[in-house]
Design a protein around this ligand. Structure first.
Ligand code: NDP
Length: 254
C-alpha cells in the first residue's frame, strides 16, 4: 500500500496557500501549513482538511526571519511530525508565503528591498535548505514566483527582482537535488484575487478590469485556479516535470 505523502505549505492560512493546502488534501496528501500571524484562519484550514479525512497541522513561522528557520524545523516541525504524523518526513515543500510592495524603482528604499529579499528570496533559499533534513527522497519542491518576471509592470521592480531570482534558484535546486530524486519547479501565477497587496486585484474594480483585458481568458485569476496545479506538481503524475517554470495566468500579456 502506498504511504500517505505529506506536504508542507508556507503561508497556507489564506489566499493561494490555502487553496494549495485544500487541493493537496483532496489529492490524498496530509498537509502542514505555516502562518505568520493569522492563527484563526490557519486553524480553519486545518479543520477543513480534517473534514476531508486527511491529517493537518498549522505552525507559526515568520518566514522573513531566517533566525527562526532552524528552531522551526528542529523543534516545532519535528515535534508535529512525531506526534501527529507518525514520525514521518515531509515529501513536498511549497515555498509560497509572501507579501508585496508596490513602489516605483525610484522610490524603493533599502528597507523595502530588504523586506523583499527576506520574504521572497532568503525564505525559499534557506527554508528549503533546512527542510531537506526533514524530507524524504523522491518528492519535490514548488517555489512560487509571479507572471511579473516575464513582463515588466511599473511598481514591482524589487518584488519581481526577487521572483526572478527564485526562478533561477529553482533550476539550481533541481540540478543539485536531482541526486535525491527531488523535483523542483517554479509556479508563476498571474494576478489573483487575494489579500495580496491590500487586496487591490480583488477590490479595485478598475485594476481588475484592466488586468482582465490583458488576459486571453478575459478575467483575473482566483485562488481556485492555482492550488490544483500545485497539487498536480506534488504528485507522481508530474514525476517527469523538473526544473520548469509553469505560468498559471489565463494567458496574460501573451
Ligand atoms: P495573501 O496575502 O492572500 O496570503 C499570504 C500568506 O502568506 C498568508 O498565509 C500569510 O500568513 C503568509 N505570510 C505573509 N507574510 C508572511 C511572513 N512574513 N511569514 C510567514 N508567512 C507570511 O497572498 P497570496 O496568497 O496572494 O500570495 C501567496 C504567494 O503568491 C506569494 O508568494 C505571492 O508573491 C505570490 N503571488 C501572488 C499573486 C497574486 O496576485 N495574489 C500573483 C503572483 C504571485 P498570515 O495569514 O498569518 O498573515
Amino acid at each position: 500500500m502506498n504511504k500517505t505523502k505529506i506536504a508542507l505549505v508556507t503561508g497556507g492560512s489564506r489566499g493561494l496557500g490555502k487553496d494549495m493546502a485544500l487541493k493537496l488534501a483532496k489529492k490524498g496528501l496530509d498537509v502542514i501549513i505555516t502562518f505568520n500571524s493569522n492563527k484563526i484562519e490557519a486553524d480553519k484550514v486545518v479543520t477543513e482538511i480534517e473534514t476531508l479525512g486527511r491529517k493537518a497541522h498549522a505552525l507559526q513561522l515568520d518566514a522573513s526571519d531566517y533566525n527562526q528557520y532552524e528552531p522551526f524545523f528542529k523543534e516545532r516541525l519535528a515535534q508535529a511530525l512525531r506526534f501527529k504524523f507518525e514520525d514521518k518526513k515531509v515529501d513536498y515543500l511549497v515555498n509560497n508565503a509572501g507579501f508585496g510592495i508596490h513602489k516605483s524603482f525610484q522610490d524603493t528604499t533599502v528597507d523595502d528591498f530588504n523586506d523583499m529579499v527576506h520574504i521572497h528570496l532568503m525564505a525559499p533559499f534557506f527554508i528549503t535548505q533546512n527542510a531537506l533534513h526533514y524530507m524524504n527522497d523522491g518528492g519535490g519542491i514548488v517555489n512560487i514566483s509571479s507572471g511579473l518576471t516575464r513582463f515588466s509592470t511599473p511598481g514591482y521592480a524589487a518584488y519581481a527582482t526577487m521572483k526572478g531570482a527564485v526562478e533561477t534558484l529553482s533550476k539550481y535546486q533541481a540540478v543539485e537535488l536531482g541526486s535525491r530524486k527531488l523535483r523542483v519547479n517554479t509556479l508563476a501565477p498571474g494576478a489573483i484575487e487575494t489579500d495580496f497587496g491590500g487586496g487591490a486585484v480583488r477590490d479595485n474594480k478598475d485594476l481588475n478590469q484592466m488586468l482582465a483585458n490583458l488576459t486571453a481568458l478575459g478575467r483575473v485569476g482566483l485562488p481556485d485556479d492555482i492550488g490544483g496545479v500545485v497539487a498536480f506538481l506534488c504528485s507522481d503524475e508530474a514525476k517527469w516535470i523538473n526544473g520548469q517554470r509553469i505560468e498559471v495566468s489565463g494567458g496574460v500579456n501573451l
